[in-house]
Design a protein. Structure first.
Ligand SMILES: Cc1cc2nc3c(=O)[nH]c(=O)nc-3n(C[C@H](O)[C@H](O)[C@H](O)COP(=O)(O)OP(=O)(O)OC[C@H]3O[C@@H](n4cnc5c(N)ncnc54)[C@H](O)[C@@H]3O)c2cc1C
Length: 469
C-alpha cells in the first residue's frame, strides 16, 4: 500500500471523497491554466477531523492542498499533476459560531461562503465589510489565506485588518487557537498574522473571529466621467473631504474596459451622456441618521464640475441604479473572457503615483504590442489597478497572451518596481508568481519566508510548490 492509500484507509470513510466526477472541479484552477490530479478530496466535519487528517498526512509525508472556493487567480489551490497530493476542503465546516452585536464581531467556521457570512452579519443588523466579485463562491478561510482586498478596502482595510482571532491546525496536527474577539491583545507575538496571506503553506485555518461595522443607513453611488487620469488623487482627496471621509469605494474604469463590456453585453447601457477615456465609480456611506451624505455628494459633484475635473456625472437615483453601476464594474472580468481573456497585472503603487504608472505602462504596451487592447480598471482608491491586456482583434488570444507575458509583462513589472510598487496587490503568489517574488520581492524577504516555512512546516507537507520559491 502506498502512503496515500494508507492515509485514506486510516481516515473515516465519511470524510474521503473519491468520486473523480466530483473531484474534477477542484483539480483545475479558476482561470483553467493548470490541471492537477488527486486521488481524493478530504471533507472534514470539524476541527478535530482536520487535526486527524493533518497528523496522518504528516506521519506518512503526504502533502495537502487546502482549497476553499477555488477562485484564486494564481492557481494557489490547485494540486500538482503527479497525483501525489490530497486536497482538503472545509466546505462542511460552515457554521456561524457567534455574533456579538455589542462587540461588533462575528465568529465562524472557516468553510463558510463569504456571502453567507455577510448575510449572517446583516441579519444581526451589522455589516461585514469584506466584499469582492467572487463572494458567492469564495470562503472566508480562502479570503484570509489570500488576505483578500475587494471594493471596501479604502474604508475598512484588507481582510487582515478585519481579523480579531484565528484557529489554525498546524502542519503537525496541533492546534493554535486564539479566537477571542479582543480589540486589544499584546500578549506576546501576534502569531495569527503569519497565517493571513500564507496561502495554505503554514497550516489550515479552521475558524475566524472578525470585526463587523455598523450597517450604513445612507449610501450614495456616483458614476463620473473624469477629464484626466492625472486628477485621480485630487478627486479622491476632494471626495474624502466633502463627505467627511465616508468614501467606501473609489473604483476606476477605463473607457476601453467599458467598451469591451458593452460589446460583449449589448443588453447593458452606458450610464452617461458624455464619453471620456476614464471613469470613476464612487460610493460613500454612513451609519449616521443625521449627516446628509447625499447633500455632501451633490456638493462634491458641483465642485468637481466647477473645477473642470469631471466632464459628466450622475448620482444613482435608486438602489437599483446603484446596482446597475456596480454590475458594469463587476462584469469587466467576464467581458475580458468573452474577448479571449487577458494578461493580468494586479499591481499597486502609492495613490500619488498611480496616474503616472498607468500612463507609463500604457506607453510600454503601445510600443511593444501595437494594437493590443488595454483594459485597466480597479480599486484605485487603494492604489491598486488591474492593468490587463487583451489581444488585438483578429489575433489569436492564446498565442498573443504567451508572447505578451514573455516579452512585455517583465517591462511592466520593472516599471512597477521602479515606482516602488507591488507586482501582486491582492491576488497573492500561488503557483504563478513565485518567479516574480524572487525577482521583485523586498530584500531579505524570501530568505525569511524560507526560514519561517521550514520552522513551521519542516516536512513541507502544506501546499507545496506555492508561494515560497
Ligand atoms: C470574479 C472574481 C473577482 C475577484 N475579485 C477579487 C477582489 O476584488 N479582491 C481580491 O483580493 N481577490 C479577488 N479575486 C480572487 C479570489 O476570489 C480571492 O483570492 C479569494 O480570497 C480566494 O478565496 P477562495 O475561497 O476561492 O480560496 P481558494 O482559491 O480556494 O484558495 C486560495 C488560497 O487559500 C488557501 N486556503 C483556502 N482555504 C484555506 C484554509 N481554510 N486554510 C488555509 N489555507 C486555505 C489555498 O490553499 C490557496 O492557497 C477574485 C476572483 C474572481 C474569480
Amino acid at each position: 500500500m502506498n502512503a496515500i492509500s494508507t492515509v485514506l484507509a486510516r481516515l473515516p470513510p465519511d470524510i474521503v471523497m473519491r468520486d473523480q466526477d466530483i473531484i474534477g472541479a477542484c483539480t483545475t484552477d479558476f482561470r483553467r491554466q493548470y490541471v492537477g490530479r488527486t486521488e481524493a478530496l478530504l471533507r472534514p466535519r470539524n476541527t478535530r477531523d482536520v487535526q486527524d487528517i493533518i497528523r496522518t498526512c504528516a506521519e506518512l509525508q503526504v502533502p495537502l492542498v487546502p482549497q476553499a472556493g477555488n477562485t484564486s487567480y494564481c492557481a494557489a489551490a490547485t494540486p500538482a499533476d503527479n497525483g501525489n497530493e490530497l486536497v482538503i476542503s472545509l466546505e462542511r465546516m460552515n457554521r456561524v459560531r457567534e455574533v456579538d452585536v455589542a462587540n461588533l464581531s462575528i465568529c465562524a467556521d472557516a468553510g463558510i461562503v463569504l456571502s453567507s457570512l455577510q448575510e449572517a452579519a446583516s441579519e444581526a443588523g451589522l455589516l461585514l465589510p469584506l466584499a469582492l466579485g467572487s463572494q458567492q463562491s469564495c470562503r472566508i478561510g480562502g479570503n484570509l489565506s489570500t488576505n483578500a482586498g475587494g471594493i471596501s478596502v479604502l474604508r475598512y482595510g484588507m481582510a487582515r485588518d478585519l481579523v480579531l482571532g484565528l484557529e489554525v491546525v498546524l502542519p503537525d496536527g496541533s492546534l493554535f487557537c486564539e479566537l477571542s474577539p479582543l480589540r486589544k491583545n499584546n500578549a506576546g507575538y501576534d502569531v495569527k498574522q503569519l497565517f493571513i496571506g500564507a496561502e495554505g503553506t503554514l497550516g489550515v485555518i479552521t475558524a475566524v473571529s472578525l470585526k463587523l461595522a455598523r450597517k450604513p443607513r445612507q449610501t450614495v453611488t456616483a458614476f463620473l466621467a473624469i477629464a484626466a487620469i492625472g486628477d485621480l488623487a485630487t478627486i479622491l482627496d476632494l471626495a474624502q473631504v466633502q463627505t467627511g471621509e465616508a468614501i467606501t469605494s473609489f473604483e476606476y474604469i477605463s473607457d476601453t474596459s467599458l467598451n469591451l463590456l458593452l460589446q460583449a453585453r449589448p443588453d447593458l447601457r452606458h450610464p452617461l451622456q458624455a464619453r471620456s477615456a476614464h471613469y470613476i465609480l464612487l460610493e460613500a456611506a454612513t451609519a449616521s441618521p443625521v449627516l446628509d451624505i447625499e447633500a455632501a455628494a451633490m456638493a462634491l459633484l458641483e465642485q468637481l464640475f466647477e473645477q473642470g475635473l469631471v466632464l459628466d456625472g450622475t448620482i444613482a437615483a435608486s438602489g437599483q441604479q446603484a446596482a446597475q453601476f456596480w454590475h458594469l464594474r463587476e462584469s469587466i472580468p467576464e467581458a475580458e473572457v468573452h474577448h479571449g481573456g487577458s494578461v493580468k497585472h494586479d499591481i499597486a503603487v502609492r495613490t500619488s503615483r498611480l496616474a503616472a504608472f498607468i500612463e507609463a505602462a500604457a506607453a510600454v504596451v503601445r510600443q511593444h504590442a501595437a494594437g493590443a487592447v488595454l483594459s485597466a480598471y480597479g480599486h484605485v482608491g487603494d492604489g491598486n489597478v488591474h492593468f490587463n491586456v487583451v489581444a488585438p482583434a483578429g489575433i489569436a488570444p492564446e498565442g498573443f497572451k504567451q508572447r505578451f507575458e514573455a516579452n512585455v509583462s517583465p517591462k511592466i513589472y520593472q516599471l512597477v518596481a521602479e515606482m516602488e510598487g507591488s507586482f501582486s496587490a491582492e491576488y497573492g503568489i500561488g503557483r504563478t508568481k513565485r518567479e516574480l517574488l524572487m525577482r521583485h520581492g523586498a530584500p531579505g524577504k524570501v530568505g525569511l519566508m524560507r526560514i519561517l516555512k521550514a520552522a513551521i512546516d519542516p516536512g513541507g507537507i502544506m501546499n507545496p510548490g506555492k508561494v515560497v520559491p
